[in-house]
Design a protein around this ligand. Structure first.
Ligand code: DP6
Length: 354
């Protein structure tokens, strides 16, 4: 991956701002090897309203000056420093100019930081986009496509799922026979003809637990090493990815529901059967899953759920069914949410330069 290495002249000064979206995996990434490479391919919907906006001022750095300063919501937040420091260190090989530039970084999220929504994907993607944008001022070989690939490549080194927070509406990360351009190194927006029903699919996130994650994703991924069901799980993800591709093209919502729910439960089954094990679903998570199933049976409306490595529930459904579904969410489901909190989002088209 040395084709991703590029240095800029020391005198480079630059100011840029990017907004990167969150994403929700339909086929889950769980398990990694070497430096943040996925053990199986994943596919996600890019979201549109949950975004991180990041501004960076790059300026030449004298010896002894610190590498970066960071503001979140206009305030100094030192608890974020180690993660940013680790990220910048990891990507310096690909962008040596980080050694002699100072980065003044300022970020904010469109969604509450303490909502239990993972913000690392959108945050790392926004940082990576600003950095590649700086490179672009000096690197005339960086085509639009190469720009997005490098941003995804760098974002991946910050957080695996961040590789998918660059473009949209669908992103595939990890080598898969179903998608010819796919690779473990960065995510791509596959050139499939996404059925119109999925182009504005809704994702309502029910905040069951606003707290810090009880197990970091990195630790969870690590537990897939030596996991008794790891091989079968990675094979299952490949099979599911093949199958969901067809469902997404045909607009086969029924198959989409089967696959996304099976993926969410497989992810949690992996966590529950690892050593040590983690049960991240809470009683309210299960109550919601039960109600969703009952609602679907009674109304025949295509409401389904997916989960990340936590207790919150993402509800997925077509825009055309929004009115009765939101009514159901408000009447029957928000009582299981912490302080009744939920976030309405929908499929989006990727990051934007501000
Ligand atoms: C359950 O991307 O947060 O959300 O690579 O260690 O930063 P790191 O992990 P992370 O893992 C997210 C896993 C998931 C499923 C997914 O988004 O595919």
């Amino acid at each position: 991956m040395n084709s991703f290495v590029f240095d800029v002249p020391v005198e480079g000064h630059y100011h840029t701002q990017w907004e990167a979206p969150s994403n929700i995996a339909l086929i889950k990434y769980w398990g990694k090897y070497r430096q943040q490479l996925p053990q199986n391919p994943s596919i996600s919907f890019t979201l549109s309203k949950c975004v991180t906006s990041t501004e960076i001022i790059f300026s030449p750095r004298e010896d002894g000056v610190k590498a970066f300063e960071f503001l979140f919501d206009q305030k100094k937040q030192p608890e974020f420093h180690p993660k940013i420091q680790k990220f910048l260190k990891r990507i310096t090989h690909y962008f040596p100019a980080l050694q002699n530039h100072h980065l003044s970084i300022s970020s904010q999220n469109s969604f509450p930081h303490s909502s239990g929504i993972a913000s690392s994907a959108s945050a790392m993607a926004a940082l990576a986009l600003c950095i590649v944008d700086f490179e672009k001022q000096f690197n005339s070989d960086l085509t639009e496509e190469a720009f997005l690939q490098k941003a995804s490549f760098l974002a991946r080194l910050g957080s695996g799922s961040a590789a998918r927070s660059i473009d949209g509406p669908l992103m595939v990360w990890g080598q898969s026979e179903a998608f010819s351009q796919s690779t473990d190194y960065y995510a791509i927006a596959p050139s499939v003809d996404l059925h119109p029903i999925f182009r504005d699919y809704q994702d309502t996130v029910l905040i069951v637990d606003k707290g810090q994650k009880r197990v970091s994703s990195t630790l969870g991924h690590g537990l897939m090493k030596g996991h008794p069901f790891a091989t079968q799980r990675f094979e299952q993800a490949h099979t599911h990815l093949n199958q969901i591709k067809t469902a997404l093209i045909l607009g086969d919502v029924e198959r989409f529901i089967e696959l996304t729910e099976a993926e969410a439960l497989s992810l949690h089954a992996m966590m529950m059967t690892s050593n040590p094990h983690f049960v991240l679903m809470q009683p309210n998570t299960l109550a919601i899953l039960q109600k969703v199933e009952d609602f679907r049976t009674q109304t025949q409306l295509p409401l389904s759920f997916t989960l990340d490595a936590g207790a919150n529930v993402h509800l997925l459904y077509p825009l055309q069914d929004r009115i009765p579904i939101i009514d159901f969410i408000l009447k029957e489901l928000t009582k299981y949410c912490q302080q009744g909190q939920y976030i309405e989002d929908q499929v989006g088209n990727g990051a934007k330069k501000i």
